[in-house]
Ligand binder design. Structure first.
Ligand code: FPP
Length: 262
């Protein structure tokens, strides 16, 4: 069935070296890291073993993205809907940022990576927040890849947050309703300083957005692969970036924006 979808990769890595030659590197790559549970179950392991393995993939893909010239990598680490999972799995997932940063923060600093988070931090456990705050603080002057974790993040919640902020300003008569435009709404989202993703990758075989960056993905190129996140390798990222480099982005117009001056 997936053969009908040219954007769906069945796990076959494309051999071509992408990008440097084509000059089309996605500046911002967003990833829905799906398939951890199934990766573990396939091996007769508990689901959490998949999440543990996922951290190694995060590290590898972060460095490969940086190597390819990607500027921002946003990873969907925990959604506002993930609270519905069994408490033991939620507790485990909530400890992952701390474990990840404990294992890799020194290396991230050395590699000039800047760590950020976006989401509703009010429900994040104190230990996790402490580790996250420390990582943000210790990497804030780094000028390399921005590694942005979407943590307790939901696209609907983000838009509601922006609308409420704007509504308050209107109520206080600080802005007129007529001045509400796309730019103003975008400025009130959770990561206003980041460009919209150019490329969205979802691993694990599902073809949906699952409430991820709904506003920002309006013109993003979508790439789906059956590969489970713990199995997602540098070559798979290259395949996705290569596929991106072949796409023509027209933003509703008739020409690829990137080809305007060519
Ligand atoms: C989806 O797989 C994955 C998640 C819900 C969690 C993703 C979290 C990580 C990869 C780790 C986050 C780490 C840091 C450092 C913040 P799934 O469990 O839905 O897999 P399934 O679809 O096979 O069940």
């Amino acid at each position: 069935m997936y053969d009908k979808f040219p954007f769906f990769n069945k796990g076959k890595a494309i051999q071509n070296e992408p990008t440097a030659e084509t000059g089309k590197i996605p500046q911002h790559v967003a990833i829905i890291m799906d398939g951890n549970g199934r990766w573990a179950q396939k091996r007769g392991l508990p689901r959490i073993a998949g999440h543990r393995e996922a951290m190694k993939t995060i590290k590898r893909i972060t460095y490969e993205a940086q190597h390819l010239g990607v500027k921002v990598l946003t990873l969907y680490a925990f959604s506002t809907e993930n609270w519905k999972r069994p408490k033991s799995e939620v507790d485990f997932l909530m400890r992952l940022p701390e474990q990840f940063l404990h294992s890799y923060l020194a290396e991230l600093i050395e590699r000039n990576v800047q760590v950020r988070v976006m989401g509703d931090m009010s429900r994040i456990p104190e230990n996790t927040m402490r580790a996250v705050r420390q990582a943000i603080d210790r990497t804030k002057s780094n000028s390399g890849l921005i590694l942005n974790f979407a943590l307790n993040y939901g696209g609907h919640a983000e838009i509601i947050h922006a609308v409420r902020t704007i509504a308050r300003k209107v109520q206080e008569k600080r802005i007129a309703p007529e001045s509400i435009d796309e730019q103003l709404l975008a400025n009130n989202l959770l990561s206003p300083s980041l460009p919209d993703p150019d490329l969205l990758i979802r691993t694990g075989g599902e073809i949906r957005l699952s409430n991820f960056m709904l506003w920002q993905l309006a013109y993003t190129e979508l790439y789906f692969t059956e590969v489970f996140w713990p199995d997602f390798k540098e070559e798979d990222l290259k395949s996705a970036v290569y596929e991106f480099s072949r796409r023509q982005r027209r933003y509703g117009g008739i020409k690829d924006k990137g080809s305007e001056n060519k």
